[in-house]
Design a protein around this ligand. Structure first.
Ligand SMILES: *Cc1c(COP(=O)(O)O)cnc(C)c1O
Length: 386
């Protein structure tokens, strides 16, 4: 599967990267639902586009190579990918999840899979010892995000994987925030990697997509079966767009991170700011573990303003940075986790894990950093309660 050692090259030439028939340097959009068969049982490799489509397969082989896995699968959204992976389990099974998992991941477990007898428990995966104590005989997997937003908590993927495997658990890592350019969970021990490719992989806030990568043939067969049976597949056009986005991942990420490091230091030194959560800062509690397993701290920052600043005014005063759900696009976005991305987490759990009503999440884009900082500064100034 693996063709290129250097990820900068693999992003562009990995997987099935050209059209064998014509030599087209981009795999065409095979906009077809079905395929002519040359006789009964005589297929040319494809039979129906829910089961397989050449454009989707090009993307699936690319993400598998980038993550260092055995096979990749493309879905209509990150949540469709998560749902497919959760469909591996059965009634009576239990999953441990990181305390700060994406709100939608919590919701699908709490409100949907729970109804089918698949239960979950929030586990402090930041602390491997405490995580191990949560492993009861019914626990079959752990689902980690690192960093997990909005508090950017870091989990030691290798340490958790070792403990999990000792107890026969599957290790699932949502790698949306880091991408394989900054962090590769499979070599660290993960069995399955999940992505909301809507975010950095797509990179332009113009599509919704999800990916899953598995590290064994056995898991590949199971997920392929679920993908075809349940059917939440990514369309050929969106597969093409996502391949196009992935080609520029490394250049975009380098700028995202360059800007984020500057933005984090700006916030840290601003007297209006009460706290900054960013694993790229040396004094962040996740810094050391993150440095061990990732190239850098990524480009997502959360922060809180002091009580004499009105966050409503802050959001409304921004002129360049937009208030919106989502992250990872070229444009800088802010959101209010407690009422937006994490609203589906009950208030008592939000309070317990530290998602306060004053928390602001910033997805640092690739605009000129001086313009981003100037906009943050003027909005902070306007929001001071005099
Ligand atoms: C957005 C997101 C998801 C869900 O993905 P969709 O593409 O919106 O369905 C899952 N995990 C994380 C970390 C996310 O940020």
């Amino acid at each position: 599967m693996k063709k290129y050692d250097n990820i900068n090259t693999a992003l562009i030439h990995g997987g099935v990267s050209i059209d064998e028939r014509t030599g087209a340097v981009n795999v065409p959009i095979y906009q077809t639902s079905t395929y002519k068969q040359d006789g009964l049982g005589k297929m040319r490799g494809y039979e129906y586009s829910r089961t397989g489509n050449p454009t989707r397969e090009a993307l699936e082989s690319l993400i598998a190579e980038l993550e260092g896995g055995v096979a990749g699968f493309a879905f209509a959204s990150g949540m469709a990918a998560t749902a497919a992976v959760l469909s591996l389990f059965k009634s009576g099974d239990r999953i441990l999840i990181s305390a700060n998992v994406y709100g939608g991941t919590f919701r699908i477990l709490d409100k949907i899979f729970n109804n089918f007898g698949l239960t979950y428990k929030i586990s402090d995966t930041e602390d491997p010892g405490s995580f191990e104590k949560d492993i009861t005989p019914d626990v079959k997997a752990v689902l980690i995000e690192s960093p997990a937003n909005p508090l950017m908590t870091v989990t030691d993927i290798k340490a958790i994987s070792e403990i999990a495997h000792k107890h026969g658990l599957l290790v699932i890592v949502d790698n949306t925030f880091m991408t394989p350019y900054l962090q590769k969970p499979i070599p660290l021990g993960a069995d399955i990697v999940l992505h909301s490719a809507t975010k950095y992989l797509g990179g332009h806030s113009d599509l919704v997509a999800g990916l899953a990568v598995v590290n064994s043939k056995e898991l590949a067969e199971k997920i392929a079966f679920i993908q075809n049976a349940v059917g939440g597949v990514l369309a050929p056009f969106d597969s093409f767009l996502l391949i196009r986005g992935i080609k520029t991942l490394s250049v975009r990420m380098d700028r995202h991170v360059f800007n984020a490091e500057k933005a984090a230091r700006f916030l840290l030194s601003n007297k209006a700011v009460k706290s900054v959560y960013y694993p790229g800062l040396e004094n962040d509690k996740g810094y050391a573990v993150n440095k061990k397993q990732a190239k850098n701290g990524g480009a997502m920052i959360s922060f809180e303003l002091h009580d004499n600043y009105n966050i409503r005014t802050f959001f409304e005063s921004l002129e360049l940075v937009m208030l919106a759900e989502s992250l990872g696009g070229v444009e800088s976005l802010v959101c209010h986790p407690s009422s937006m991305t994490h609203a589906s987490i009950p208030e008592d759990i939000r309070k317990k894990v530290g998602i306060t009503d004053g928390l602001i999440r910033l997805s640092v884009g690739i605009e000129d950093i001086d313009d981003i900082l100037a906009d943050l500064a003027q909005a902070i100034e306007k929001s001071e309660i005099k």
